[in-house]
Unconditional design. Structure first.
Length: 353
């Protein structure tokens, strides 16, 4: 197969114009198929396993392009856990992938790792009927390097430099994405009778939804005034680290402003989301911050409804946060939503208004 430099240049120009991670991978997959005449391309996300020592990785197949179709999946599959104590991830992965995917028509396969911050992040499994030549390998390497550089720049531009959380300007995009996936679930349930049944069964069992919490450090000005801005910054950083340790990896964590944070949570049942924010409030209150001592936070919490805009949801959560502040701080307040079936507080620090 001769290389197709113009298609490759077009592909790279398309790739570097995107900022949505899923769209980026789809664009890369389509380009790889076209340039290397592949039968299929599978993408796997990988991360170090939290339940195991460091050398163990989990992978999940997130995207498949084959026969003109694109399939996406999101669930981590613990059975796809790999043992790896090698810095070179590819050979181990290759054998693991051959267990996962053994289509008969595939003759040649090439597995590559995409890295983010020097860690394996995405694995590409390219499969075709033609032998990969040395020039193909060089071209693929060049394309993956451009992808990695683009992802690093994107990540840098989306991150709050002090805390490492997502910055404010990315909130709208993540919110839109969540809203999009809610609408998609809804659309599927209308089209497909068995999906309706399944959806109803799931919502009866789990009442899955998305939630937004706004969180503000109490009397932060006093902390700055009493201990100085360096210690104030240290508190912000430690709170961000507590957030990362407390919330699920699928939740989005933002530093929204000076001492204000936003958490986009879900999908999950309402009681589990309330439990998570309340547990976080308690964890902060029980932490001793260097030099500063005790710090508390106030939280406003709300469910996301279909087709809502971000400003409406933020307004509702902010109102609830204001109530938490007015009622003595160190509290979680749940904002009422018309269609919301409000649960009663699980303890005295949660309020409804
Ligand atoms: N150290 C530090 N302080 C910041 C940063 N951004 C904002 N601040 C400070 O955060 C403080 C926020 O104070 P206020 O809005 O009055 O709120 P508060 O003192 O937390 O009082 P309540 O919210 O009512 O509990 C101000 O003193 C800001 O200067 C930052 O990045 N680092």
């Amino acid at each position: 197969m001769p290389l197709k430099p113009f298609i490759m240049l077009d592909a790279m120009a398309d790739l570097t114009s995107l900022d949505d991670r899923d769209a980026l991978l789809i664009s890369l997959g389509i380009s790889l198929q076209e340039i290397f005449d592949l039968e299929r391309v599978d993408f796997y996300h990988c991360r170090p396993s939290t339940e195991h020592p460091q050398a163990v990785w989990q992978i999940k197949k997130t995207l498949s392009l084959a026969n003109g179709e694109i399939q996406q999946a999101w669930q981590w599959r613990p059975q796809n856990t790999l043992n790896s104590d090698s810095a070179d991830f590819d050979p181990i992965l290759k054998s693991a992938l051959s267990d996962l995917n053994t289509a008969e028509s595939i003759h040649f396969r090439l597995v590559r790792t995409l890295k983010m911050n020097d860690q394996p992040h995405v694995l590409i499994d390219c499969q075709g009927k033609h032998l990969f030549k040395q020039t193909d390998l060089r071209a693929l390497q060049g394309m993956t390097r451009i992808y990695e550089n683009h992802i690093s720049l994107l990540k840098y531009s989306e991150t709050d430099t002090l805390t490492g959380l997502l910055n404010r300007k990315t909130l709208e995009r993540h919110f839109q994405k969540i809203m999009g996936s809610q609408e998609k679930t809804h659309a599927i349930s209308i089209e497909d009778a068995s999906a309706i049944e399944e959806n109803n069964r799931r919502s009866q069992q789990e009442d899955d939804s998305y939630f937004l919490a706004v969180m503000d450090i109490d009397h932060f000005k006093r902390i700055n005034d009493q201990f100085g801005h360096i210690y104030g910054d240290e508190v912000l950083l430690l709170i961000a680290q507590l957030m990362q340790a407390s919330f699920r990896s699928g939740d989005y964590l933002f530093r929204f402003g000076g001492e204000e944070f936003v958490i986009l949570m879900g999908p999950q049942g309402e009681s589990s989301a309330i439990f998570a924010v309340e547990r976080f409030r308690e964890r902060v209150a029980q932490t001793t911050f260097p030099q500063v001592g005790q710090v508390t936070i106030s939280i406003g919490f709300t469910r996301l409804l279909h087709s809502e805009v971000l400003s409406t949801v933020l307004g509702r959560a902010d109102e609830a946060l204001y109530q938490s502040k007015s009622n003595g701080r160190n509290k979680v307040t749940i904002a009422p939503v018309d269609t919301l079936n409000i649960h009663h507080p699980v303890n005295g620090s949660i309020e409804l208004f």
